[in-house]
Design a protein around this ligand. Structure first.
Ligand code: IVH
Length: 699
């Protein structure tokens, strides 16, 4: 039997793998199929649930999740939690998949037990679509909308009141509520028809189309100037009321939907949700709904099943991540068959050659798919995919489409095998085999150069606003830029002289470049497109070395085989000073860092005033706080929770979401919950904000 410590270590290992693959995905070099990635993620979520890991410490609820610079952040009065998921990937101990129906039955049986009801009892459930939008919290006082806030990290989110008001998605005033206050939660979404109409307008204006309705909706809600937002046609479905003051609510979720509708709030139409008697009926409704989801004017990624009667909620409770009164049902991914017309080869920024499938266009999850990733040539050979074949394409959620298999029996006689390229399609340099991937190692390869420059300016790296792939391509083609530091030598004349650019847009790019100079070492390292050097590793390296100078000095010694440097950084077994940096990875990263090319880029950046120092959060240990673990509960009188946590961390302390024997202090605020009881049981000291401030003051 695994101990909790083992579980935590396994969870960290899973997290590390997920971060690695997310990073690879963000670099445009995915190494896993989406279904494999989903499976990994589900394993993580399941283990985190089993261990009761609180939201703030989990990958799937990273603090500050969607915070945007320039938006005011406020704390949610009641945290916005996630939902537990039934997953098509869950397996039993022998590796056999557990059918969704069985998972749901198990979940339902656990609820009955917690409610001390007989195993065969029927507790009605409400089943609703799980819309793929952005969650929003709305506070109404005396019937008037006073605040709209994003989910954020679940504890605090960004204030988007004006954006929501302008969007016209929810009423500014609810009918028949002259007094009292309440919070209503729901989902903002972009109806597919409105999204398409908007894209058609963009296209006519010669602008780039928005890729999907969900991200498009999130982008609109973060628009600094919301005037005219109403034209986009954003809509909302509201489904939950976490608290009220002086407002009486009905006692079931389903009746609340009717109550909200009567007050003019947008809720799911009557034929899109159902109150059912038990888990089996809920499953049948989910499956039936899945068959008609293609006809809806919005994307859904599953259904939500909720205990309908609110009187049970307090008894059922919640983890730091999800309440026990609801669960999400995820549809199996939509799959279509289509013809593989051609296979082209794409060159990534690391020189990796990826086969790309060109398909006869097919409608999949509300978008037309005509291209799909084939990942690598080994995969193509393993699946024996041939040009002319009828192939199966899958798309899970918003993720890029994949070719998942071939209809062998429908193979036309003239189907042609996909041949591995012997030379790079961009520069014709010979390609090199590395594991399952093929690489173009020519540093001057035009495709590679361009991809690297685009990556340098991208959000993951230096985040230079306005410097997108089209402009980078123009600059590279004009011979103005071939390495990152060249960006910082651009002049207004050069920028403004490019097609579709002018003085104003040129100056904007220069301003954005100026701003990017202060991003710091970690971002610069990410921008170098070095293999295995993703965001997390870059942060760790920057934090450890503090400056590019020290990093390069050690990289040089490492590459030269200096035993001290090797022993410190990446010993043969396990990892050295930098967690997760194993020998094989270190060899690649340090060799590239030490290369003349990277040294020249870093020197060039420095010369042009780009900061190559780590942006360090100043940490000053305070005795009495350093090394201690704090759990915050309830609302503190003056400090925001996030600020309190930051101050504890800066003083060398740790914060955790749940009380355990390792907790040193529980800090009690207003409306503190069950954590106080737990603290009492375990004999953990409970202090208030004043006491915490005294500790932080060093007294
Ligand atoms: S109830 C404790 N109902 O799904 C959260 N959520 O994966 C209770 N969502 O954060 C949420 N449709 O943003 C609920 N009908 C629905 C939903 C729904 C979409 C979203 C919501 C939530 C996320 C959880």
């Amino acid at each position: 039997m695994a101990t909790n410590g083992d579980g935590r270590r396994e969870l960290e290992r899973l997290a590390e793998r997920i971060r690695y693959h997310e990073d690879a995905y963000r670099r445009g070099e995915p190494e896993l199929l989406d279904s494999e990635f989903d499976e990994l993620y589900d394993q993580y979520v399941e283990l985190a649930d089993t261990l009761g890991v609180p939201a703030a410490e989990r990958l799937d609820a990273a603090p500050g999740a969607d915070h945007t610079e320039g938006f005011e952040t406020v704390e949610h009065r009641v945290p916005m939690l996630s939902l537990e998921k039934l997953s098509p990937n869950r397996k039993d101990s022998r590796g056999a998949p557990i059918p969704l129906g069985e998972q749901l039955a198990q979940w339902y049986a656990r609820r009955l037990k917690e409610l001390e009801l007989a195993p065969g009892a029927r507790v009605p459930l409400l089943v609703e679509p799980k819309i793929d939008g952005i969650s929003v919290s709305l506070v109404y006082e005396a019937g008037v909308l006073v605040r709209a806030v994003t989910r954020g990290d679940g504890r605090s989110g960004d204030v988007i009141t004006r954006q929501v008001e302008e969007s016209g998605a929810v009423p500014r005033r609810l009918d028949g509520l002259a007094s009292g206050a309440l919070e209503i939660r729901g989902e903002l979404y972009w109806p597919i028809s409105a999204f398409r109409a908007h894209n058609a307008r963009l296209e006519r204006a010669g602008e780039r189309a928005i890729i999907n309705p969900r991200n498009g909706c999130a982008g609109l809600m973060k628009r600094k100037d919301p005037e005219g937002l109403g034209e986009a046609g954003i809509r909302a479905f509201l489904y939950h009321v976490p608290w009220t003051e002086g407002v009486a609510l009905p006692d079931t979720q389903s009746a609340i939907l009717g109550w909200l509708r009567a007050r003019g709030a947008p809720v799911y139409p009557e034929d899109q949700f159902a109150r059912v008697g038990d888990a089996a009926e809920a499953l049948a409704y989910c499956e039936a709904f899945g068959a008609r989801r293609g006809a809806l004017d919005f994307d859904i990624d599953g259904m939500v099943i909720k205990i309908d009667e609110l009187r049970w909620y307090a008894r059922l409770g919640e983890t730091g991540h999800h309440p026990h009164w609801g669960i999400a049902y995820k549809f199996p991914p939509e799959r279509k068959a289509t013809r593989l017309l051609e296979v082209s080869v794409q060159v990534g920024k690391s020189g990796k050659l990826t086969p790309v499938a060109h398909l006869e266009p097919v409608e999949l999850a509300q978008t037309t798919v005509s291209r799909a990733s084939l990942h690598n040539f080994v995969e193509v050979e393993r699946k024996d995919i041939r040009i002319g074949d009828l192939v199966y394409v899958e798309k899970a959620g918003e993720i890029i489409p994949q070719v998942v298999g071939v209809a062998r029996d429908a193979r036309p006689p003239d189907a042609r095998p996909v041949s591995r390229p012997a030379v790079c399609p961009s520069c014709e340099a010979p390609v090199t085999d590395e594991g399952i991937f093929l690489y173009c190692l020519n540093e001057a390869c035009p495709a590679k150069v361009c991809e690297r420059l685009v990556h340098f300016a991208s959000r993951a790296a230096m985040d230079v606003e306005g410097l997108g792939d089209k402009l980078v391509e123009q600059l590279a083609r004009a011979g103005l830029v071939s390495e990152p530091h060249h960006f910082f030598a651009l002049t207004l004349g050069q920028l403004a002289g490019l097609e579709r650019m002018g003085d104003k847009s040129g100056q904007n790019v220069l301003d954005a470049l100026e701003k990017a100079k202060a991003r710091g070492l970690a971002k610069v390292l990410v921008g170098l497109s070095i293999r295995h050097l993703g965001e997390r590793m870059a942060e760790d390296l920057a934090a450890y070395f503090g400056s590019a100078e020290r990093l390069l000095e050690l990289a040089g010694r490492y590459v030269a085989g200096d035993p001290e440097a090797v022993a410190a950084l990446a010993p043969d077994k396990g990892t050295g000073a930098i967690e997760g940096l194993a020998k094989k990875t270190a060899d690649v990263i340090f060799a590239e860092l030490d290369s003349p090319r990277v040294r020249a880029i870093l020197a060039g950046l420095k010369e042009r005033g780009v900061s190559l120092d780590a942006v360090v959060e100043r940490r000053e240990e305070i005795a009495g706080v350093a090394g201690k673990t704090f759990v915050l509960t309830g609302t503190l009188p003056t400090l925001k929770r996030k600020d309190a946590e930051d101050r504890i961390k800066r003083a060398g302390g740790k914060t955790s979401g749940s009380v355990s024997k390792k907790t040193d202090y529980v800090v009690r605020g207003d409306e503190a919950g069950s954590k106080l009881e737990k603290a009492a049981q375990l004999g953990v000291a409970v202090i208030d904000e004043a006491e915490l401030l005294r500790l932080l003051g060093g007294a």
